[in-house]
Design a protein around this ligand. Structure first.
Ligand code: NAD
Ligand code: TYD
Length: 353
């Protein structure tokens, strides 16, 4: 896709991954107009984008993808040429308490965007693209061996992954049925700056700073494949521009860690950072009740995006974790702001029953 003046809509751009994608596109493509549509739920935060908010090629819109009237009008007013769709409810634990919210945003919200894009561009697909950002969790769980490839059958286990699987299916179906130029990528667990402290790594960084227990679910022998968020944003840039229509790309870190090993590494790095004696933070580890339906292991085979688009992670896990820890120390105000108010109620409900 080689149009040099393009109007791109990024949804969920005030969230964790979205904010890094918005920043990359605004800085790398001054000739594009980048629109960020976000409902600013608990996970959305315009503080994440302070450094680019004044750029001439960037515009923020406060709006909800589940609001069909708003979305239809919005698309008729701004004739978007590309959509990079990240807006979603994204936390597995919240999907267990409130699955309907996940169906609304992740399935219906995605369908609203698909329908609005279809109406706008029917019979005129040249140079256009609808890109859905998805997760490896749609594939379900792995045993001790094997990797998820692009042809692994979908087998989601949580309401979150079921809602993402469903939206992937709709995106794919719009490609097959209406010939819409769609592309999907399924990525492993991200970590890095601006990550909301409900997910494992930022939650544990925050708890170590506050000297609070580190709640490890079950026996801690669950495995995830971790990728630095800016490397995910780089992959999204490549897939958006050079990926094939109707294709799926798996994105992963080549970086599997058992939760308990990762937590111990994080404790050691945090002890150093805080000038604590080694072993102090590890004492905060507390084994708690397991997550229901907890997937044992995720691991991605990212050879397709590597071979076809030349992508690979640029940051090692040690570098990425160190950068992440530094960011949370340099941005304590951000951390304080997002962990006040409603976060406290969430925390009580999730961890203190
Ligand atoms: P996040 O929860 O940090 O951000 C989601 C953003 O979407 C927030 O800014 C929120 O305000 C916005 N949003 C939520 N509901 C909305 C609605 N109805 N209308 C408009 N905006 C709404 O999520 P994230 O971790 O940045 O994930 C972004 C995307 O990437 C999601 O689609 C997620 O499924 C996918 N993904 C995440 C990971 C990960 O490790 N975090 C891995 C693979 C894929
Ligand atoms: P999380 O960051 O929620 O990502 P996901 O569930 O999408 O993989 O969790 C990562 C792993 O850490 C997962 O196996 C669940 C586990 N975990 C804990 O042990 N304790 C916690 O408090 C959280 C939030 C997660």
């Amino acid at each position: 896709m080689s149009d040099n003046s393009r109007t791109i809509l990024i949804t969920g751009g005030a969230g964790f991954i979205g904010s890094h994608v918005v920043r990359l596109f605004v800085n790398a493509y001054p000739e594009y107009q980048i629109f960020n549509l976000d409902a600013l739920t608990y996970a959305g935060n315009l503080e994440n984008l302070k450094d680019i908010e004044g750029k001439p090629n960037y515009t923020f819109f406060h709006g909800d993808i589940t609001d069909i009237e708003f979305i239809n009008t919005f698309f008729r007013e701004h004739r978007f040429e590309g959509i990079i769709h990240l807006a979603a409810e994204s936390h597995v634990d919240r999907s267990i308490t409130d699955p309907l919210a996940f169906a609304r945003t992740n399935i219906l919200g995605t369908m609203n965007l698909l329908n609005a894009f279809k109406e706008l561009w029917q019979n005129n697909w040249e140079g256009k693209r609808f890109y859905h950002i998805s997760t490896d969790e749609v594939y379900g769980t792995l045993g001790e061996d094997g990797l998820f490839t692009e042809t692994t059958p979908y087998d989601p286990n949580s309401p979150y992954s079921a809602s993402k699987a469903s939206s992937d299916h709709f995106v794919r179906a719009y490609g097959e049925t209406y010939g819409m130029p769609v592309v999907i990528s399924n990525c492993s667990n991200n970590y890095g700056p601006n990550h909301f402290p409900e997910k494992l790594i930022p939650l544990f960084i925050n708890n170590i700073i506050e000297d609070k227990p580190l709640p490890v679910y079950g026996d801690g022998n669950y495995t995830r494949d971790w990728l630095y968020v800016i490397d995910h944003a780089r992959a999204i840039d490549l897939v958006f521009h050079d990926g094939g229509n109707g294709e799926t790309y798996n994105i992963g870190g080549f970086n599997e860690w058992k939760n308990i090993d990762l937590v111990k590494l994080l404790c050691r790095l945090m002890d150093k950072k805080l000038g604590r004696e080694e072993g102090v933070s590890e004492k905060l580890i507390t084994y708690v009740k397991d997550r229901p339906g907890h997937d044992l292991r995720y691991a991605i085979d990212a050879s397709k995006i590597n071979k076809e688009l030349g992508w690979k992670p640029s940051v090692t896990f040690e570098e990425g974790l160190a950068k992440t820890i530094d960011w949370y120390f340099d941005n304590q105000e951000w951390l304080k702001n997002v962990t006040s108010g409603a976060y406290q109620d969430y925390y009580k409900l999730q961890y203190q029953d």
